[in-house]
Design a protein around this ligand. Structure first.
Ligand code: ATP
Ligand code: MG
Ligand code: MG
Ligand code: MG
Length: 477
């Protein structure tokens, strides 16, 4: 089943259940403190918080999302993309737990021939919040799930709150069991590689106060209007339904991966590190294309900086696969062809969008060339002075001033037969990070945060620094 068809089945099903189908909002939010739409919930925040009356009782959508928080996972787990699509259904004071559970189960287990997603109930597990007996009883009553496949978990995984007074409530998550080849028995509580989370149901049930932390607060009482917020990962359903191992091998992503394989002349499936690189490239190229199509352009701050990092990481990964020349013309075209049916703008505006990508690639390739020259000089000087180690400050300067990645410095130094004072480099990086954190803290204090959705803001804000990203880069690539 193609990705687009899964989305269509979801929306058709919920339309039949009286939901208004709402188009995806942009990846770029209206809220400057939140960089990107990180979940299907984001565009509905005003309705969920009660600030604005919802224009419908029930809605469903297929929301484009960007989660840079998951960047470390990309290519390593089967299920994390920086861009992905979250299918969601929403009840604003209408149906509650029973409806949400009934609909989710019916859509997942109805045979494909009858318009459902055709999962075998035996492959499904769920988790509920440990004190939510109501949800547990509903799963038992409304589905064929035996008690052993309903696991009770704590607040850290199965409770939604914002960390501020306001709405909160338990969650119930649905998992697919990929079987013993992928990990140990024991359910989602023990293994998230074998048991893949596919759908998250949030029951917005309580009003909370006296909030000491996200997980330590006092319940004032039940909300007068209880809401349902759900999110199902389209790419996760797609990879499970398409019988492939991960989301990067699904129909909307795989063509980019294949193109990278072709350009590199290497084989996919032969070497783990290379495979991670291929998947990172496929993910990052697609995310970049989707960000460009929502009006983000590469720059040195905020959203544009994230886009720049994604493109540069893809370029670095290609280089580590042995390709030094430009590849974006081919990679972006492959992504366009895979995405344009679902997002026509990607095809219609392709020339304009890809021009940014090609310019970014040309600039970064020049940076790499210039950095290599400076590095070559430093290496020559070190050797001439009888040294065998490049100093940490030289490596840091290359990184900080020329944007020259540390792993590349290590690679080139190694080729030249000298080492790098990595410990000193790391110390300098840590100092820089501490400075950035202090800056971010003072910036935060300046922002009068009136939103009850601070956790999303926090997610958005972490990406301002970019340092985790840089740090990650040397680990992944
Ligand atoms: P996980 O625990 O696997 O990281 P999550 O609990 O962070 O997932 P939610 O915030 O509950 O995910 O998002 C709702 C749904 O969106 C998930 O059940 C999953 O199907 C999908 N999803 C979340 N993050 C990603 C991602 N980075 N890439 C692809 N799909 C995702
Ligand atoms: Mg997650
Ligand atoms: Mg989870
Ligand atoms: Mg979840």
């Amino acid at each position: 089943m193609k990705t687009a068809e899964i989305a269509q089945r979801y929306l058709t099903y919920f339309e039949k259940q009286g939901h208004t189908i709402v188009p995806s909002a942009s990846l770029v939010t209206d809220d400057p403190a939140l960089l990107f739409t990180v979940a299907g919930m984001v565009p509905f925040i005003p309705y969920l918080s009660g600030d604005v009356p919802a224009p419908y009782k029930r809605a469903a959508d297929n929301q484009k999302c960007i989660r840079t928080n998951d960047i470390e996972e990309v290519g390593k787990t089967p299920r994390h993309g920086t861009f992905f699509q979250m299918l969601g259904n929403w009840s604003f004071g209408d149906y509650f737990k029973e409806g949400a559970i009934r609909y989710a189960w019916e859509l997942l287990t109805t045979p494909e021939a009858d318009g459902g997603l055709g999962f075998d109930p035996k492959d499904l597990w769920v988790t509920v919040y440990e004190e939510d007996d109501e949800a547990r009883d509903l799963w038992l009553r409304l589905t064929d799930l035996p008690d052993e496949r309903i696991q009770r978990l704590g607040k850290d995984t199965n409770y939604w709150s914002t960390g501020l007074p306001g709405p909160a409530g338990p969650c119930s998550e649905i998992f697919f069991d990929r079987g013993p080849a992928y990990g140990i028995d024991g359910g989602p509580a023990t293994d998230d590689d074998r048991y893949v989370e596919i759908w998250n149901l949030v029951f917005m049930q309580y009003e909370i106060t006296d909030v000491k932390s996200k997980y330590d607060f006092t319940i004032v009482g039940e909300l007068p209007a209880k809401n349902i917020d759900t999110g199902m990962g389209l790419e996760r359903i797609a990879f499970l339904k398409q019988g492939v191992d991960n989301m990067y091998e699904t129909d909307q992503v795989r063509p980019v991966l294949d193109k990278a394989v072709e350009l590199s002349g290497r084989t996919y499936g032969a070497d783990h590190e290379d495979d991670v690189r291929f998947r990172v490239i496929a993910d990052h190229v697609r995310s970049s294309l989707m960000l460009l199509s929502d009006g983000v352009t590469p720059s040195n701050e905020g959203r544009g900086y994230i886009l720049r990092r994604l493109m540069r990481r893809a370029i670095r990964a290609m280089r580590l696969l042995g390709v030094d020349g430009p590849t974006f013309a081919d990679l972006f075209a492959a992504s366009r062809d895979a995405m344009k049916d679902a997002y026509p703008i990607v095809g219609e505006e392709y020339d304009r969008l890809s021009a940014y990508a090609l310019a970014e690639e040309a600039t970064f390739l020049r940076t790499l060339a210039a950095g290599s020259e400076i590095l070559d000089e430093s290496v020559a000087q070190t050797k001439a002075a009888g040294g065998a180690e490049l100093s940490g400050s030289q490596a840091f300067l290359l990184h900080d001033t020329y944007g020259f990645p540390i792993d590349l410095t290590l690679e080139i130094a190694e080729e030249a037969g000298i080492s790098v004072d990595r410990a000193a480099f790391d110390t300098l990086m840590q100092e820089q990070r501490a400075r950035a954190k202090a800056d971010a803290r003072s910036r935060k204090r300046q922002l009068a945060d009136t939103s009850v959705y601070r956790d999303f803001r926090a997610q958005g804000e972490t990406v301002f620094t970019g340092y985790t990203d840089l740090e990650t880069e040397s680990r992944i690539l």
